[in-house]
Design a protein around this ligand. Structure first.
Ligand code: SF4
Ligand code: SF4
Length: 367
């Protein structure tokens, strides 16, 4: 089985899968008929007692500020890369802040791409901090090594931003395979910088979280204390690095990971694994129930995954080729009640969130 290796963006290669509708069609073509509820996620929800799939209280306001990234990781569900120019503009950021003021969300989760590459990143962070929000920066670590970012670790520390960093594994080969040669070394250098300004030392105001994800077509490991301990020992003993916590997430069958699954002949088996690992105890805590996700162009989504599949709030059409973009809700039209009253849009990709102990931006969901 070929291992995933770093790549270029689907868009750059003009791959058919750069079109969200093509991804949905590929997922729909996987034969899941012999599986429980014939592989229907909606039926799994109903069979678990969820006749309606609606949101709970909005807690996390997630802003995806763009697809520009300094890396092109194999598993990327955003299809981000250096060639992607989509970036949230200042007007849309201000519309996000106005909407944020209408909510009781306690956390603003800033993601991308590499969110730090958005020219308005620091403005957005400052404005959220002024509003008393807890801010999360989803950082790929290597971006901190760019010359223009030399002062960023200190700046983030001054603003009390939580840093959630992706690092597939604490050993070099597993990380470089998925993210590109040299990634591990740069990530270690970035972690040293973060430690040097106080991150990862147990200070709740300077929290450093690492995110691991499987390198191949398997589920994320359970976040048992023993696994976190292994990572802590590995990074401390080999590199003198400390961090606060480790979370493990599943790779979603979306975008470049979907492409790899198909090309490597793993798609059927991976989807079967996800469906067969469905855990009803994860449903209540799925991130779509307490998160609102805003795209770089201001459209609203249930989560970052639905965002990449173009399954926008306000558009319940199953066939995206005939969907009416005018129905999409935009952040400038944000109304809390409209969001609270919605039905969450689901599909086969959702099995990635409900498999095993579940998977969300905060890691496992069920005990
Ligand atoms: S660093 Fe993150 S956003 Fe950038 S390519 Fe890798 S997975 Fe995608
Ligand atoms: S992918 Fe589906 S289950 Fe997962 S957070 Fe999004 S809508 Fe919810």
């Amino acid at each position: 089985m070929p291992s995933p290796t770093a790549t270029t963006s689907l868009l750059n290669r003009q791959s058919a899968l750069s079109i969200p509708q093509k991804q949905l069609e590929l997922l729909a073509s996987v034969d899941l008929e012999r599986l429980p509820a014939e592989g229907s996620f909606a039926q799994h929800l109903r069979d678990s007692g969820w006749q309606e799939f609606t949101p709970a209280k909005l807690e996390i306001f997630q802003i995806n500020v763009g697809k520009l990234c300094n890396m092109t990781c194999r598993h990327c569900h955003v299809d981000a890369g250096p060639d992607r120019r989509e970036n949230m503009d200042r007007q849309t950021i201000d519309a996000c802040l106005q909407a944020l003021d209408l909510t009781e969300a306690h956390t603003v989760d800033i993601t991308g791409g590499a969110p730090e590459l958005n020219p308005h990143f620091r403005y957005l962070v400052e404005q959220c901090v002024v509003r008393g929000k807890h801010v999360i920066d989803r950082c790929n670590l290597t971006v901190l090594m760019l010359p223009t970012m030399h002062d960023l670790p200190e700046w983030l520390a001054e603003h009390g931003v939580e840093i959630v960093c992706s690092l597939p594994h604490f050993r070099q080969p597993n990380t470089d395979k998925q993210r590109g040669d040299g990634t591990f070394e740069q990530s270690i250098a970035a972690l040293h910088r973060l430690n040097a300004v106080g991150y990862g030392m147990g200070n709740p105001k300077l929290k450093l979280t690492l995110v691991s994800n499987p390198v191949e077509a398997t589920l994320s490991c359970n976040q048992a204390a023993i696994l976190e301990q292994m990572w802590k020992e590995g990074l401390r003993e080999n590199h003198g690095i400390t961090f606060d916590r480790l979370i493990a997430i599943n790779n979603m069958p979306i975008s470049r990971h979907l492409e790899w699954l198909e090309q490597s002949g793993n798609l059927q088996a991976y989807m079967e694994l996800l469906v067969n690992s469905f855990n009803p105890d994860t449903i209540g805590g799925l991130m779509c129930r307490h998160t609102l996700s805003v795209s770089w162009d201001g459209r609203l989504f249930d989560c970052d995954f639905n965002q990449m599949l173009d399954l926008a709030i306000g558009d319940n059409s199953a066939d995206k080729s005939t969907a009416n973009a005018e129905n999409h809700l935009h952040i400038r039209d944000f109304k809390p009640q409209l969001i609270a009253d919605r039905q969450i849009i689901t599909g086969r990709h959702c099995f990635g969130c409900t498999a095993g102990r579940g998977s969300s931006c905060s890691g496992a969901i069920a005990d």
